[in-house]
Design a binder for this molecule. Structure first.
Ligand SMILES: Cc1ncc(C[n+]2csc(CCOP(=O)(O)OP(=O)(O)O)c2C)c(N)n1
Ligand SMILES: [Mg+2]
Length: 681
């Protein structure tokens, strides 16, 4: 191979290689064997080549939809990249990701994901990992000019600046987002490179026609990042020569002025660099690359397609801990649900490597209703810290750190606040293991509190577990007791997958017997709370308590109710449910969520499908009406179902409506959990 000790040779070859590979992809694309979108970097190669020339193999890079160049320049395997485009089992994600989800961990190319802006916080999370674990590396996030219009990019830069993380943000400004020019997306006279400065980030900008100059700027910034552990930013002006997505030129569409195209092409960095390299050397390089490309396409064509058997095996990472799960010790010690959560996190922070906890108000004097109180004092600011109000970026940061060796616990004081991070939860964390063909996992816990009452209204009281349960790749659990909360939270931190951990606010002050030492409760098992023969009452989270109260009322009328606490809505423990309903022939499902599209609907339909012949009546569903939570406490009185609702529905279904329940339960107003609760939350 050509001697590459000369930086000009190296840069030229790296750029030429990307261009030749992408020209080959373009030439083959119409054969319809590469059946995935491709975003080519022809014309933009300088950014990847210059920045990656400065990086070491062990440094990490992440990218977005236009990632071939970054993958290749960082040292990604060409055979596996082309095979990936062909959807083959030998591809870098085994055919699960395609062109938009390349990864090569050996080369330090963590991965690419195509939701614009969305890989930036994940890169910041990787940089947090570097800092927390004391690794000797820097991280680079590659993205386009469009990404700087996303909120998450700014949230991420702010976070990286607050935490002084070793990351270089590289913005390839090609002036367009698909067909939209910068002028319709960003204000005039406000250079992109000024934006990071507002976040306190050292920022530079250069037009990418002189590859050696770009390399010089990258060197300076990466050295700063590496030596003084601080984020930096580089804007590189480049121009895309072919269509946004696909293999053809699209200049005839007229969205870019001819003069502009001609101007940029006349300043092509590859052509300019060519002048300094003897033609013989160039020809040798081109011949070597040609051969490499031919082999890669041959490899891809000859490779097998992935087997359909592997399809659902990649949804969840397996939990491969060699140690058996910790068993709970018997105890009579009574503590609250909040204290149990606190103990679980203390256990994880002390005993489970890589655990850290971040969340709004986590170390504040109230410590998230007591659940994080005292943890920062005990474990320090590195392991337990407060955060900016940037839920989407924080979830990406958690994911990036989880994918690179840490175990984050991210807290949200309400489910409602976590909704602004749906992109990171649903598009990224839930898919991370799957879309990278099982190459990486995302062991992270996202705690969310479900509010209720005291006038918290439509934006502080939503219970959306059905949404999360809809997403393959997430585990979604709702413990109803302190005992379960502690064991399930420890199990959630140990789990290799993203776990959405939902806590009903009304459980927080309830005490039950919780062992002092650490233990695990499985995340996929319902639990029978009370044995019975006439009806199965399935409770979700807080509604399990109402089911137990209803079972008491029913018992006084001679009706024996079996009560099951579902505990997990993804996965759902159908075995336990089916065994019970087969026996009782009648099932009622109680949830504190709107009934439309809910877990109650899911259970009712599945149990009907499985047990149609054993059911005496259609499944009964108890939940919230089809409108948002009212704020006035007067209106809330009629909104939330109680044990009495469950009692009434059960006796009606049994054909015994004449049975009267006692009016002794829940005498306090329905907008407060107990008489000691005096608001505001
Ligand atoms: C959040 C989001 N919105 C829209 C898209 C569709 N989309 C894919 S690439 C792209 C253009 C992005 O422009 P830029 O960041 O400048 O990158 P470039 O394509 O120019 O390299 C758009 C709008 C997306 N993938 N993600
Ligand atoms: Mg662009």
């Amino acid at each position: 191979m050509t001697d590459l000790s000369d930086v000009t040779y190296r840069l030229y070859r790296s750029m030429l290689r990307v261009r030749m590979i992408e020209r080959a992809i373009a030439a083959e694309y119409s054969n319809q064997e590469m059946r995935c979108p491709v975003h080519l970097s022809i014309g933009q190669e300088v950014a990847a080549a210059a920045v990656c020339d400065v990086l070491r193999q062990e440094d990490w890079a992440l990218s977005s939809h236009r990632s071939h160049a970054h993958y290749l320049a960082k040292g990604g395997d060409l055979n596996r990249m082309i095979a990936e485009l062909y959807g083959k089992a030998t591809g870098c994600t085994g055919g699960f990701g395609g062109s938009m989800h390349l990864t090569d961990l050996k080369a330090g190319f963590i991965g690419a994901t195509p939701i614009v802006g969305s890989s930036i916080p994940i890169a910041v999370g990787a940089a947090l990992s570097v800092k927390q674990r004391g690794l000797d590396k820097v991280v680079v996030a590659f993205f386009g000019d469009g990404a700087l219009e996303t909120g998450v990019a700014h949230e991420s830069m702010n976070f990286a600046s607050v935490h002084q993380l070793p990351i270089l943000f590289v913005c390839e400004n090609n002036l367009y987002s698909v067909y939209s020019p910068l002028s319709v997306r960003q204000p005039p006279n406000r250079p992109l490179c000024e934006l990071p400065k507002a976040h306190g980030i050292l920022s530079d900008s250069i037009i990418g026609d002189d590859a050696l100059a770009v390399l010089g700027r990258a060197e300076r910034l990466i050295a700063t990042t590496r030596e003084s552990l601080q984020p930096t930013f580089l804007e590189i002006g480049v121009y895309r020569w072919v269509e946004h997505c696909g293999h053809q030129e699209d200049d005839h569409l007229g969205y870019r002025p001819d003069a502009e195209i001609a101007d940029w092409q006349s300043r092509d960095a590859l052509t300019i660099l060519e002048a300094g390299i003897p033609s013989g050397v160039r020809e040798t390089m081109a011949a070597e690359i040609d051969q490499e490309i031919a082999q890669a396409f041959q490899f891809a064509r000859q490779s097998e397609f992935p087997s359909a058997d592997s399809l659902d095996t990649k949804v969840y990472a397996s939990n491969h801990s060699a140690e058996p799960a910790l068993e709970p010790e018997p105890t009579t010690r009574m503590i609250t649900f909040a204290e149990a959560l606190n103990e679980a996190q203390a256990y994880a922070l002390e005993n489970i490597e890589g655990t850290y906890l971040m969340g709004l108000g986590a170390p504040d004097p109230k410590g998230i209703f007591g659940s994080t109180l005292g943890l920062q004092e005990k474990f320090g600011e590195k392991k337990v810290f407060d955060v900016p109000i940037s839920e989407n970026a924080l979830t990406g940061v958690a994911l990036g750190s989880a994918a690179t060796g840490l175990r984050p616990i991210l807290t949200h004081q309400r489910v409602d606040f976590a909704l602004v991070s749906i992109d990171q939860i649903v598009n990224q964390a839930a898919k991370w293991h799957y879309m990278f063909g099982g190459e990486m996992s995302a062991p992270m816990v996202i705690r969310m509190i479900i509010g209720r009452g005291w006038g918290q209204g439509p934006q502080h009281s939503q219970a959306l577990h059905a949404w999360f349960a809809h997403i393959p790749g997430l585990k979604v659990v709702l413990p109803a007791t302190g005992y379960d909360a502690k064991g399930m939270l420890i199990a959630a931190v140990k789990d290799e997958n993203p776990v959405v951990f939902l806590e009903h606010r009304w459980l927080y002050n309830i005490k039950d017997a919780v062992p002092e030492s650490g233990y695990e409760i499985p995340l996929d098992k319902a639990v029978i709370k009370r044995k019975g023969a006439d009806v199965t009452l399935i409770g979700i989270s807080y509604m399990t308590l109402e089911c137990l109260r209803a079972a008491d009322l029913l018992a006084r009328q001679g009706i024996s109710a079996e009560v099951i606490d579902l505990r997990s809505v993804r996965p759902i423990d159908y075995d336990t449910l089916i065994n019970s309903v087969q026996k009782t022939g009648l099932v009622l499902i109680a949830d504190h969520a709107t009934l439309v599209g809910s877990i109650t609907s899911e259970l009712a339909s599945r149990l009907s499908e499985k047990l149609f012949d054993s059911l005496k009546k259609a499944p009964i569903r108890v939940g919230l009406p089809d409108y948002p939570v009212p704020t006035s406490h007067q209106l809330a009185e009629g909104y939330y179902p109680l044990a009495s609702t469950i009692f009434d529905s059960t006796v009606t279904a049994l054909g015994l409506p004449s049975l009267r329940r006692e009016l002794t339960t829940n005498q306090i107003p329905r907008d407060q959990p107990d008489a000691s609760f005096t608001g505001p939350f």
